[in-house]
Design a binder for this molecule. Sequence first.
Ligand SMILES: Nc1ncnc2c1ncn2[C@@H]1O[C@H](COP(=O)(O)OP(=O)(O)O)[C@@H](O)[C@H]1O
Ligand SMILES: [Mg+2]
Length: 353
Amino acid sequence: MSHVELEAITKSFGAVNVLPPLSLSIDRGEFVVLVGPSGCGKTTTLRILAGLETASSGRVRIDGRDVTDERPGARDISMVFQNYALYPHMSVRQNIGYAMKVHGTPATEIAARVTEAARLLSLDPYLDRKPRNLSGGQRQRVAIGRALVRQPAVFLFDEPLSNLDAKLRVEMRTEIKMLQRRLGTTAVYVTHDQVEAMTMADRVVVMRAGRIEQAAEPITLYERPANRFVANFIGSPAMNFFAARIERGAVRLGAQVLPLPPDEARRIGDRDRVVFGIRPEHMRHSTHEADLTLTPRAIEPLGAHTLLLGEAEGQKITAQVDPRFPAVPDQPATVTLDMTQAHFFDPETEARL
Ligand SMILES: Nc1ncnc2c1ncn2[C@@H]1O[C@H](COP(=O)(O)OP(=O)(O)O)[C@@H](O)[C@H]1O
Ligand SMILES: [Mg+2]
């Protein structure tokens, strides 16, 4: 039985329907990340799960119990927001223990749980400080501590790291993930950042305009994106897409011929119009190679590798090559595509072929 279940949830604000029927089942202990562009309905979905927003129709179940009509406080969940909004006049200890105090939890139990949360979050040295005397990362940990001490059945996170600088974000995402794994608490985490989604999730749910485009393990999204939207959204730099055709077992891109592995050529067959996708990092040596000539317009050395940004056959391309690759701006260069990593999409429906 799934632990959290959204069943055919819809949500309209006035005449605007932001969630068409959306259904999602989450297993006990699973870390699910909802990711998608701004405005696609991630926060709305999470708030409906929390009970902070009422669904227009559909049911919400937690632990098999229908909580659709229950108050947020009765749902056994706790939520961490982007603007962690600590009480400025309270110490870290008081901030973390406040909700329990309001609920009338005995003082000895509050003290024990606050101590435990502070230990898990490495906040022990700061328990008597006020929020203004903490760094951004420490404040965010206090916000997580407040959610933690309630020992909820489900954690909800809404872009909790967006206010932190890039380095701290990377550290905190690892900490949150390790903490969730240690506690085994079911978690639903919202972000617009595909790297955060890929690195933290057991399962990533890619959303667009209130719809689930694909829900899968990170590696599946990367290797077998269900459609062009997911293919474009996951991976950085983004996948290259070309309008191409397939003829006699090879992708034809303008005058260039890129042979496919035989079994893939058989599977796809000849096609007049196809969207051919290839990731920048798959322009290296492989078991099934094809040479593509491109013209770099900008060259970005990143140390571990170099990005060539330019065009091939009048279409934009990004290639990720070895740092020693001899590229010169505006001079044609030949890169080697790994055609075992080619993706194909229908030009009309954009679905994976
Ligand atoms: N209270 C509201 N009233 C009207 N429209 C809203 C309200 N809350 C959200 N929306 C709209 O619903 C859509 C989804 O919003 P949201 O769930 O916040 O997206 P996300 O978190 O993915 O950025 C957006 O188009 C947004 O403008
Ligand atoms: Mg949001």
